[in-house]
Ligand binder design. Sequence first.
Ligand SMILES: NC(=O)c1ccc[n+]([C@@H]2O[C@H](COP(=O)([O-])OP(=O)(O)OC[C@H]3O[C@@H](n4cnc5c(N)ncnc54)[C@H](OP(=O)(O)O)[C@@H]3O)[C@@H](O)[C@H]2O)c1
Length: 236
Amino acid sequence: MIHDRRTFLVVTGAAIAAAALPFTAGAAEPMKIGIIGSGRVGSAIGAVWVKAGHEVMFSSRNIEHDRALAADLGAGARAGTPREAAAFGEVVMVSVPYGALPQVGKDLADLIEGKVVIDTCNPFPNRDGEIADWAREKGAGLASAELMPGARLVRAFNAIGARRMGTAYREPGRVGMPIAGDDAKAIKIASRLIREIGYEPVLIGGLAMGRYLVPGTALAGERSAEEIRAIAADLD
Ligand SMILES: NC(=O)c1ccc[n+]([C@@H]2O[C@H](COP(=O)([O-])OP(=O)(O)OC[C@H]3O[C@@H](n4cnc5c(N)ncnc54)[C@H](OP(=O)(O)O)[C@@H]3O)[C@@H](O)[C@H]2O)c1
C-alpha cells in the first residue's frame, strides 16, 4: 500500500527505472544484499541490483514503504527491518542521512561487523547537524568507519544524483564510479556489484581518501573512469 507522496515517488521512480532494464538474465553469482535506507539512493540502486539478478532486502523505519517497493520490483526483492536487512545481506548498503548514521551504526553493530558495507552517506551540516561538521573535518570515509566499526567499508555512489543511478546500465562503462576502501575483498565485491549496474569502478585510495567522495569535490558528478583517474592522481 502506498501511504504518501514521498513513498509514491520513490517506489514508482525505482520501479519505472527497473522496468526499463534490459538485463534480466541474472547475475553470474547472485548475492544477498541488504539495503539500510530505501529512499532515493537505496531504492534506485537496489532496484537495478534486483534486475541484475540479486536478492535484495529493502529496509527503513517504514516497513509499509519497503513492502510496496519490494512488491513493485517483484521476485528478488523483499522488505524487512534494518536489522533483518543487515542480517540478510552478504553485502549491506547503508544509505541514510548522515545524521542517522551514529544510531544506525549502533543498532546494527553486531550484524555488520566483518561484512562488506557500501556507504553512500554524505554529511551535510544543514541537514545532519553537528555530526556532519565532525565528519567533514575527519573525512567522510574515516568518519563512517568510526561510526560502523568492524565493517569492511567501501564508499561509493556519493556524488552522482540519485535520479541517474538506475540508468548507467544503458551505456555500461561510460560513467566511472570513484570508490574508496581499505579492505581488498570488500573492494573486489563492491566493484563487481557496481560494474554490474553499468558503472566502471575506480579505486581512488583507502578510506582516508573518502574525504573526496562527497558532493562538491573535483570528483563529484558524472565522469569517465579515465577522467576520475586523472583527477585522483592530483589529490593527496
Ligand atoms: N539523493 C542523492 O542524489 C544522493 C546521491 C548520493 C549520495 N546521497 C547520500 O545517500 C544518503 C541517502 O540519500 P537519499 O537521497 O536516498 O535520502 P532519502 O531519500 O531521504 O532516503 C533516506 C532513507 O533512509 C531511511 N532512514 C532514515 N533514518 C533511518 C534510520 N534511523 N534507520 C533506518 N532507515 C532510516 C529513510 O526512511 P525512513 O525515514 O522512513 O526511515 C529513507 O528510506 C544520504 O546520506 C545522502 O546524502 C544522496
